[in-house]
Design a protein around this ligand. Structure first.
Ligand SMILES: Cc1ncc(COP(=O)(O)O)c(C=O)c1O
Length: 381
């Protein structure tokens, strides 16, 4: 690295930005469990906040790392992904309009629908795969456009640059759920998004042992200050121990993501023409409807997330999941271990997810073990 150049993303992650403890030189920073911080001799606060409900040294370290990776102005970590999403949605004015892609994490969609049913917001859900659908969903009153890419669990790829342009044309902001992109393969803020969201429960932590969410902003706007205030008032910053684990997880983010992406691409190709598989939904496949955008937008691999649409029914898809021996039948994603989930069971009968779809979160195991496991489970379907 040259004298004046800034560290590259892999270095930022491996060093957890610059986590070395200034007081002791400890390479791994301490966990500050204190809930309160003493004022100095002039009775001034020593830190930017002196009570843990507003933040703590561990949360600031983890936020600085994520903001640097996303090339954002600032980040705010919350106790869960849904807590972060809730805080953002709270900033929509009473009766304000939200446009959101229909295929997305069902928890967010349900929450948006609940807010709509209560009259808190107006909502238009659009099909992100349909050209022009987003533009049609927008009105001069649209306050927030919410997209997820690739969308969970269909893995539709949304063109972030085009979405930002459309949102800004009507004076709305664009927020991107980039959980599957993991701050590795696409940086939405650099493509025009205003706010990026991650469930850090997934790739950023990567070890299935922290629940958390983060918002990263392009600019310090009044909306951003409101989000920070909401986080304090709702007592929802990520606690110090979870921040420590998250920082530790992020140190290996790039190697984990590369290994998961390589495994997933190999698996997607292997099962593309399997007699028991109707379709493999994976943006890295040339046959995927969103591949052209993915190729342009996902620069460091296509990630570890995919879905198999099996030539079977609801019960057969469940049987496939329970027949797996290496891959664990469990919810969540982005961890080092591979997981499989029958989404229709979780999302319920009203969900548009096909009965015969199984979502796979591919981890960092030996790919031959994963292929063999899927092969053997398919024989029982
Ligand atoms: C894409 C996506 N967004 C948001 C969430 C919600 O995050 P959390 O479970 O951390 O609250 C999830 C959780 O599964 C998710 O997969």
């Amino acid at each position: 690295m040259g004298k004046n150049s800034s560290p590259r993303p892999e270095t930022i992650a491996a060093h957890a930005l610059r986590a070395t403890d200034a007081a002791t030189g400890a390479v791994v920073p301490p966990i500050y469990l204190s809930t309160t911080y003493a004022r100095d001799e002039n009775y001034a606060p020593r830190l930017k906040e002196n009570y843990v409900r507003s933040g703590s040294p561990n949360v600031w370290q983890a936020e600085d790392t994520i903001a640097a990776l996303e090339k954002g102005k600032a980040a705010l970590l919350f106790v869960s992904g849904m807590a972060a999403i809730t805080a953002l949605l709270e900033t929509v004015p009473m009766g304000g309009h939200v446009a959101a892609c229909h295929s997305m994490y069902y928890g967010t969609r349900n929450w948006l629908e609940l807010l709509r049913d209560k009259g808190r917001i107006t909502l238009t859900l659009f099909d992100a795969a349909e050209p022009g659908a987003l533009e049609k969903a927008l009105t001069p009153k649209t306050d927030l456009v919410w997209i997820e890419t690739p969308t969970n669990p269909m893995w539709t790829v949304v063109d972030i640059q085009a979405a930002a342009k459309a949102a800004h044309k009507v004076g709305a902001i664009l927020a991107v759920d980039a959980t599957a992109l993991a701050a590795v393969t696409t940086l939405p803020l650099s493509l025009g998004a205003d706010i990026v969201f991650h469930s850090v429960t997934k790739y950023l932590n990567g070890h299935s042992d922290v629940l958390g969410g983060v918002l990263v902003t392009q600019e310090a706007t009044p909306r951003w200050s409101e989000i920070a205030t909401l986080r304090t008032k709702t007592s929802s910053p990520l606690p110090p121990f979870e921040c420590f684990l998250l920082q530790r997880g992020m140190r290996t983010l790039f190697v984990r993501y590369a290994q998961a992406s390589g495994n997933a691409l190999a698996i997607a190709r292997h099962f593309s023409n399997h007699p028991k598989v109707q379709a493999v939904l994976y943006p890295g496949l040339a046959t995927h409807t969103g591949h052209a955008i993915a190729k342009r937008q996902m620069l460091n691999g296509y990630g570890g997330m995919m879905s198999l649409v099996l030539k079977t029914d609801f019960a057969g898809a469940q049987k496939f999941c329970t027949g797996l021996k290496v891959i664990t039948p469990a919810t969540s994603l982005g961890g080092v271990e591979s997981l499989a989930e029958h989404r229709k069971t979780v999302e319920g009968p009203q969900s548009p997810t096909p009965d015969n779809l199984v979502r796979l979160s591919i981890g960092i195991e030996n790919v031959n073990d994963l292929v063999a496991d899927i092969e053997q489970a398919l024989t029982e379907v």
